[in-house]
Design a protein around this ligand. Structure first.
Ligand code: SF4
Length: 257
């Protein structure tokens, strides 16, 4: 079974799949990595609480509700992070909280605009997932994954929350989302025409239509990932973009082996 998230990693760098899944290399836990994990856990949780934020903001005071939710999330950061928690996370929390509060202003404006456009009842329906962190697996497709949200708005729609970079390297975000869409189709035997990529840092919601071409590319990428897991080793820097390697947490092992 190939993980939907690995299609995305493949688009960033095929060799990273080889290093983690075949050579069994674990990236060192640096402060930067921990900072990313804290940011991911918090931003993911805020996204899942959008219904609660709207519910508590009947008077339009979205920022008040957001601040209270953010305080609550940070007060139980350790519980939220579970096995990813390290004592250093508490040192990073203030910095991440500062960033998240800045981003919350954008989310407050976005929620305000949504309620103005479609009304509170419809806005609540739009931000209320039918399922969250929903596990999916299909033997037919040879794919597995855990989708952040599934919205049921007459048709089922996957939503993938991206808490880091807003750069979609090689279209990997769209392929990962398409894999979730295909998994939902296969599981529930109903057509899933499109999904949404939610970039939390910029509060952007990017719709992706699951065309036949995108589905075919998703399956081709699944096959390419499988080849690597079966032992085909991509060369160092296969993408020819040294900047990616400079920022990569696998670079020391990658260039050594
Ligand atoms: S260091 Fe470069 S080639 Fe190696 S895994 Fe990272 S991005 Fe890929």
């Amino acid at each position: 079974m190939i993980r939907a998230s690995d299609l995305n990693r493949y688009c960033f760098c095929p060799r990273s799949i080889y290093l983690t899944d075949v050579a069994q290399i674990t990236p060192p836990v640096t402060l930067e990595l921990l900072r990313g994990r804290v940011g991911h856990a918090v931003r993911h949780e805020i996204s899942l609480r959008q219904r609660r934020i709207l519910d508590e903001s009947r008077d339009g005071e979205y920022m008040t509700s957001l601040n209270s939710q953010i305080d609550e999330i940070f007060s139980d950061l350790r519980g939220l992070m579970g096995a990813d928690w390290r004592s250093e996370c508490s040192l990073l929390a203030d910095d991440v909280k500062h960033e998240v509060i800045q981003e919350a202003r954008l989310l407050a404006s976005d929620l305000d605009a949504m309620v103005s456009d479609v009304g509170l009842k419809r806005a609540l329906a739009i931000v209320s997932p039918w399922q969250v962190d929903y596990p999916l697996e299909s033997k037919n497709l040879g794919l597995t994954g855990r989708v952040d949200k599934v919205i049921n708005d007459g048709v089922l729609m996957p939503v993938d929350i991206k808490t880091g970079s807003t750069v979609d390297w090689g279209g990997g975000d769209a392929l990962q989302l398409c894999a979730y869409g295909m998994l939902i189709e296969d599981t529930f035997k109903q057509h899933v025409p499109y999904g949404i990529i939610e970039y939390t840092r910029t509060v952007e919601k990017k719709p992706v239509v699951f065309t036949d071409k995108l589905k075919a590319k998703t399956l081709d990428t699944r096959d390419a990932v499988k080849e690597i897991i079966d032992g085909v080793e991509p060369p160092v820097c296969p993408h020819g973009e040294p900047k990616k390697c400079e920022a990569c947490n696998l670079k020391d092992d990658c260039y050594r082996i």
